[in-house]
Design a protein. Sequence first.
Length: 527
Amino acid sequence: MSSLLTRRLALLSDDAHRALLTGGLRGIERETLRVDTLGHLAATPHPLALGSALTHPEITTDYAESLLEFITPAEHDIALTLSKLDDIHRHAYTKLGDELLWSQSMPSQLPAEEDITIAWYGKSKLGMLKHVYRRGLALRYGKAMQCIAGIHYNYSLDERLWRLLAADAGDASTPMAFQSESYLATIRNFRRYSWLLMYLFGASPALSSGFLRGRPHQLDTLSDDTLFLPYATSLRMSDLGYQNDAQSGLRPHENSLDDYVATLTRAVNQAYPPYAELGTKKDGEWIQLSTNVLQIENEYYSTIRPKRVIRTGERPLQALCLRGVQYIEVRCMDVDPFEPVGISLETGRFLDAFLLFCALDASAPISERQSAMYTENFARTVKLGRKPGLCLRRDDGDIGLPAWGHELLARMAPVAALLDAGRGDTAHADALALQAVKLDDPDATPSAKVLAALRANGRSFAAFGLEQSLRHAAHFRAHALPASESARFNALAAASLAQQADIENTPTGTFDNYVAAYRASTLCPHS
């Protein structure tokens, strides 16, 4: 254990400070495809009864019109966050008719590219900005890749905790600067150790054979409709999932917030020749927001991001520069196909201990060589994580994945104990113990369980995915929401539709000027 971690744990275990650990917030964004009763992608528009995808605070769409995104309110306890996520699922099922929510990260059986409908957000300039951005994604990456679903875990610590750590360190920077740089340090540690999350929670070792659209691959055939890798944990997070030549050289260094902002600023302003050949318009219609490496900064496919809640019309980088980092967004978690809401409470408890460990432990700057090493460790784990004898690289030489995993769990144990002391139970220690079992027995991992279930379902990814989707649908439909909660969701839907109408009825000039103002970060000038 580092001396810094030891000192910080002692500081936070003091009765005067322990309550600060309960002040942070947890939020979850869960993506899920709407499918029909055969498991095929739903061709219907976003259900009007769910409200406006543009303005609803808890139910929206991601890339495709059929790719729902559920967003929980931020809560102090992950158990409450998951309860809110469960409520959203139960409400959604009252409005979906016969449709199902797909239970997997990798897509269901997808139609031809032209038959995948890009999400529509109405005729306002803001709605069209979101839609045209997605047109650009279709051009750059293809529509199938944009139908992949995941769990995004939003995590923050109490701002008073950061101020306490700054005072303990004798740091003379502003509270905003210290907090921002501390979150960047957390992200650096996350990059060092995030391979562990892919081993423990990766749940996409197989995919539908039609997903690759004829792209070359080195996957094995499990059945006529299913491809897989025998030791894979998360093909979603491999080069078969999120991948792009333009971004291949983009490595925003998280050694400082300035480095991070500068790298992404260059990417959203640097032309990329293949995109330039396409242009921004075709036959007078917008087809992408720009011809740069990134249309907007959210296009950067990262496993974790520093975040700040943005204001209407504000760009994410603009918010970070003006008001600093507010929380981090973990983006590498697969949907757990064995959990109705896609993630278990035990996983949430583990993530809380893991992220607090990353936040409190020493975190030196990352060199180019180390960055490449961490990227390679992650890539090995997503494709080969359960392979017997698999070794990962670190500065002091190669080490077996299970041995390093147990070493990390041992370093996390005092962090989990500190969290449990504040609760008066052993929830976090128990969550660590559950994961230790997986390190000793690869068959206990979600990815291994998925492959076992596939083999029990005719070796078919589609059959397994549909079976789990039907099981989850029955669960939610059998547990109706209280009338008061249903009324709350219906009121949110009605208010969101009214808000969208107001936006659409507000004059904002031409769309060309609107895009130009967004690029210039002048839509929200008084941040």
